[in-house]
Design a protein around this ligand. Structure first.
Ligand code: AMP
Ligand code: GLY
Length: 433
C-alpha cells in the first residue's frame, strides 16, 4: 500500500485527501499541516507548507511514495524542485513553471507571444506612466498586482479617482509588496474554471466548474478566494469547451515547453465566456479552491493513478467522471475577506458531522452514499468540538442527480450548522438554477 503526503491545509487539500482515501492503492495519507477536518482522514504533520527542507526530510524519513502539493505558495517556494532533486516523487509544477500564476505579467506576456485569447493589457512599474495610460482608457478598468496576493490583488475601479488610489497603493505605497501592475481591458461574461492535468505537451481535461468570487449575494462586494462552486457548468457548450481545450489549454502547455519551463501538475484556466468566445482571465498553477471540492468528488477514476502518470511522465489512464453533480457553499468568518475573529464554536447536527467520515469507494456511486460532504477550510478542534480558525471555514457540498437537487441538499446542511460568526451566500448557482 502506498504512502502519500499531501501538502496544504485548506478545503482543497481536504478534497484531495478525500479523493486519495478512495484509492485502493493508498494505505497511509499524511497531510502537512492539514486541518481539523483533514485529521479525520489523514495523519496531520505539523510542518508549514513552505517549509521545503522540513517537508523533504519528512518524506525521506517516512518512505513517502508520492507527494501532492495544494497551495501556490509551496510551489513558488520550490517544493517540487527540492523533492525531485532528492529523488522523491511529487505531483506539481516546478518553481519556474509556477510563475504562470506567481507573475501576472509573465502569464500575460506568454499569452501575447503565443496568441492565446485574453484581455488586452499593458504592464507598468512607474506610477505616473500607469496613471497616464489609465486616464486615456475607459472604465471600469482592471488593475492587477503582479505577484501572489491570495485572490486579493485584483481591483476593478469604476472611476479615475478610484484607479488613482489603487495605483498609489500598488506602485507608490507597496501595499501588496514591491511589484509591477498589469492594466487590463475589462471583459464581460460568465466565468468558468477549467482545470487540466498537464504533463508537458499532454493535457487531460477535468470536468468544468464555476466559482463565485464576490463576497456577497448578487455578485456584490469584494473579491474573495471563492464563496461557492458547482460542477458541471451547463451554460458552457461543447463548442466552448473544445475551443478552451484546443485554443487555450493545449497551446499554453506547448508554450510552457517552448519557453523551457514545461508544466507538470494541474493547470487551472480561469476563463470568461465573452461575446467573442472564451478568453483567459487568469492561470493558476494548482487545483482551485473551492472548485476542487466540487470536482474531485465527481471523479470516478483512481486519483493515485492520475497523479502517478503526471509525476512519472507515463501514459495517462482513461479519466472517468460520475453522472452525479455537485454544488458547494462556503461558510466564511464574518468580515472575510477583510479582518475577522477566530475561535467561534461550530455546532453541527450529528448526521452532518458524520458527513466527514471516509467515503471509500472509487467506482461510480458510492456504496455508503451520503448526499452531503463537508470539507474543512479553516477549523480547529478541541475536546471533540470544532471552532472557526480561518477566513473561509467550511465548504459544504451537496450531491444530486441535477444541480437543483445538489443545491437543496447543500443548503439544507448549511442551514443546520450553527455558528454565530459565520456567513454564506445563498445564491450559489444562480446562473443555472
Ligand atoms: P484574477 O485574480 O485575475 O482571477 O481576477 C479576480 C477576478 O477579477 C476575476 O475572477 C474576475 O471576476 C475579475 N477580473 C479579472 N480580470 C478581469 C477582466 N479583464 N475583465 C473583467 N473582470 C476581470
Ligand atoms: N477559486 C479560485 C482559485 O482557486 O484561485
Amino acid at each position: 500500500m502506498k504512502k502519500v503526503l499531501v501538502i496544504g491545509s485548506g478545503g482543497r487539500e481536504h478534497a484531495i485527501v478525500d479523493a486519495l482515501s478512495r484509492s485502493p492503492q493508498v494505505g497511509k495519507i499524511y497531510c502537512a499541516p492539514g486541518n481539523a477536518g483533514i485529521a479525520a482522514q489523514a495523519e496531520c504533520v505539523p510542518l508549514k507548507d513552505t517549509d521545503v527542507e522540513g517537508l523533504k526530510a519528512f518524506a525521506l524519513e517516512n518512505g513517502i511514495d508520492l507527494a501532492v502539493v495544494g497551495p501556490e505558495v509551496a510551489l513558488a517556494a520550490g517544493v517540487v524542485d527540492a523533492f525531485k532533486a532528492a529523488g522523491l516523487r511529487i505531483f506539481g509544477p516546478s518553481k519556474a513553471a509556477a510563475t504562470i500564476e506567481a507573475s501576472k505579467d509573465f502569464a500575460k506576456q506568454l499569452m501575447a507571444k503565443y496568441d492565446i485569447p485574453t484581455a488586452s493589457f499593458e504592464t507598468f512599474e512607474d506610477y505616473d506612466a500607469a496613471l497616464e495610460y489609465v486616464k486615456k482608457g475607459s472604465f471600469p478598468v482592471v488593475l492587477k498586482y503582479d505577484g501572489l496576493a491570495a485572490g486579493k490583488g485584483v481591483v476593478i475601479p469604476e472611476t479615475f479617482e478610484e484607479a488613482e488610489e489603487t495605483l498609489r497603493d500598488m506602485l507608490l505605497d507597496d501595499k501588496f509588496g514591491k511589484g509591477k501592475v498589469v492594466v487590463e481591458e475589462f471583459l464581460t461574461g460568465p466565468e468558468f474554471s477549467f482545470m487540466c492535468f498537464v504533463d508537458g505537451l499532454d493535457v487531460y481535461p477535468m470536468t468544468l466548474s464555476q466559482d463565485h468570487k464576490r463576497a456577497y449575494e448578487g455578485d456584490k462586494g469584494p473579491n474573495t478566494g471563492g464563496m461557492g462552486a458547482y460542477s458541471p457548468v451547463p451554460i458552457i457548450t461543447d463548442e466552448d469547451l473544445e475551443f478552451s481545450l484546443e485554443k487555450v489549454m493545449k497551446p499554453t502547455a506547448a508554450a510552457m515547453v517552448a519557453e523551457g519551463c514545461p508544466f507538470t501538475g494541474v493547470l487551472y484556466g480561469g476563463l470568461m465566456k465573452t461575446p467573442q468566445g472564451p478568453k483567459v482571465i487568469e492561470f493558476n498553477c494548482r487545483f482551485g479552491d473551492p472548485e476542487t471540492e466540487v470536482v474531485l468528488p465527481r471523479l470516478a477514476s483512481d486519483i493515485y493513478d492520475i497523479f502517478s502518470a503526471v509525476a512519472d511522465h507515463t501514459p495517462m489512464p482513461e479519466i472517468e467522471w460520475k453522472k452525479e453533480v455537485t454544488m458547494g457553499f462556503v461558510m466564511a468568518s464574518k468580515g472575510y475577506p477583510g479582518s475577522y475573529d477566530k475561535g467561534y464554536e461550530i455546532v453541527m447536527p450529528e448526521e452532518i458531522a458524520a458527513c466527514m467520515s471516509p467515503r471509500n469507494d472509487v467506482s461510480g456511486h458510492p456504496e455508503e452514499h451520503s448526499d452531503v460532504r463537508i470539507y474543512h477550510m479553516g477549523t480547529s478542534c478541541k475536546d471533540g468540538k470544532y471552532y472557526t480558525a480561518g477566513g473561509r471555514v467550511l465548504m459544504v457540498v451537496g450531491f444530486g442527480a441535477d444541480l437543483q437537487e445538489a443545491h437543496d441538499k447543500a443548503l439544507a446542511a448549511v442551514e443546520s450548522i450553527e455558528c454565530e460568526n459565520l456567513f454564506y451566500r445563498r445564491d450559489i448557482g444562480w446562473r443555472v438554477l
